[in-house]
Design a binder for this molecule. Structure first.
Ligand SMILES: O=C(O)C1=C[C@@H](OP(=O)(O)O)[C@@H](O)[C@H](O)C1
Ligand SMILES: C=C(OP(=O)(O)O)C(=O)O
Length: 418
């Protein structure tokens, strides 16, 4: 039985380890959607098996796909898109946002709901966009319902995606199946997490879909079939953050195996981020290896493109010997929790000196002490907590099980490194 709060392992010596990590959440959930919309069966190898991806598989089954998740390689056999029931999106942004544009193509009604906090996370822009292109959608946030009629007209639509890149990805993923395709424009403050939109576009092109992204803030998808392709999922590079951070804070050496040489995953930015903290970072066929310095130096980073890394980066910054400034991440207030406020609260509660900005955090060096680290049902707040716990004795992480959103048995994988 896992204790709650969970005593985080403390690194009393430099950690030396090589780890293999589970598949990427973002790649797995896109692969499943595209496979369920494709023109034939396909295989998703190395799929992530975690709460977010199992919720996605269940959602797609309720829209008519046959998905076998019993083996390591998942098989997806598309069926006629039908709907009559409800979909639980949990706390998964990718399920709440990527599935409705597909549900609009099904015949029948689907009711969407999820965890309590999910009712606060924004989705209205997608639902309004679906209405604008001919779909029948009831509601502006969870719970909402999509009354599918078997087809969607498609066409031109303008959205404000400044709160989440997932608004754009969601519309693009199903767009080739709309009668006239889709022409999406973004108007508003800059879209965050752009690598995730690049991931969507690259995967659509792998499936033979024609996407034009040559004009900034505009994406057009031509109507046509989505070809079935077998795909191998890369390890989740954002979930690599705490593991590589362990080398950084303990002056150790950690290798994450099978790190792709080239990828659209936002987590690849860890190479530059850890270098900025003073780590030595090298890529080889073996994986990505990080060697921690004697002391971490503070960083000044705009994380707008890679906001999901912010909790781990903030934890590292709190352990650095000089001040750090993390900016460009107002949108992470709309993630699993208000991450800027949660990080400031928890770091300050263990002795940190953290000030919230509207769009970031200023983190100054301060001696940290033990205490309970609250996670706000946020897997990445738990990652931040275990990083602090590895460097500071006596940290107890509340609800470590929340990590199962994107990493089943994270606590065991983490403890094995000490
Ligand atoms: O499309 C995706 O798979 C994701 C996009 C990003 O969302 P935001 O654009 O809301 O930050 C990222 O933070 C999230 O973890 C996953
Ligand atoms: C923002 C995140 O998740 P979601 O896919 O639920 O938006 C995240 O994993 O950091």
């Amino acid at each position: 039985m896992t204790l709650d709060p969970w005593p985080a392992p403390f690194a009393s010596a430099p950690v030396q380890a090589k780890v293999s990590l589970p598949g990427s959440k973002s790649l797995t959930n896109r692969a499943l959607i595209l496979a369920a919309l494709a023109d034939g069966p396909s295989l998703v190898s190395g799929a992530l098996r975690s709460r977010d991806t199992l919720l996605m598989a269940a959602a797609l089954r309720s829209l008519g796909a046959d998905i076998d998740t019993t083996r390591a390689d998942w098989t997806v056999t598309p069926g006629p898109l039908t709907a009559d029931g409800s979909i639980d999106v949990g706390l998964a942004g990718t399920v709440m946002r990527f599935v409705p544009p597909m549900a609009a193509l099904a015949s029948g009604t689907v009711a969407f709901d999820g965890d309590e906090h999910m009712r606060q996370r924004p989705v209205g822009e997608i639902l309004a966009a679906l209405r604008a292109i001919g779909a029948d959608v009831e509601g502006d946030r969870l719970p909402f319902a999509v009354h599918g009629t078997g087809s969607v007209r498609g066409g031109e639509v303008t959205i404000d995606a400044s709160q989440s890149s997932q608004f754009v990805s969601a519309l693009l993923l199903a767009a080739a199946r709309y009668d006239t395709g889709l022409d999406v424009r973004h108007v508003g403050a800059p879209v965050p997490s752009l690598p995730h939109i690049e991931m969507t576009i690259e995967m659509l092109r792998d499936h033979g879909v024609v996407v034009d992204d040559s004009v900034a803030d505009r994406w057009t998808v031509a109507p046509g079939p989505i070809k079935a392709v077998d795909r191998r999922i890369e390890p989740d590079l954002s979930n690599a953050a705490p593991f590589l951070a362990l080398a950084a804070i303990s002056g150790g050496t950690v290798t994450v195996r099978d790190w792709p040489e080239r990828t659209t995953q936002a987590g690849d930015a860890l190479r530059d981020i850890l270098t900025a903290f003073g780590c030595e970072v090298t890529w080889s066929n073996d994986g990505l290896t990080v060697v921690g310095p004697d002391a971490l130096r503070g960083v000044d980073l705009d994380l707008h493109d890679v906001g999901e890394l912010a909790p781990a980066v903030a934890a590292l910054a709190a352990l650095a010997s000089s001040p750090s400034r993390l900016t460009g991440i107002e949108h992470i207030r709309k993630h699993e929790t208000d991450r800027l406020s949660a990080l400031a609260n928890e770091l300050n509660s263990v002795g940190g000196k953290v000030t919230e900005l509207a769009d970031g955090l200023v983190i100054e060096p301060a001696p940290l002490h033990g205490g309970v680290w609250r996670t706000y049902a946020d897997h990445r707040m738990a990652h931040a907590g275990v990083i602090i716990g590895a460097a500071v004795e006596g940290i107890e992480v509340e609800n470590i099980a929340t990590t199962s959103k994107t990493f089943t048995d994270f606590d065991q994988a983490w403890s094995a490194l000490f």
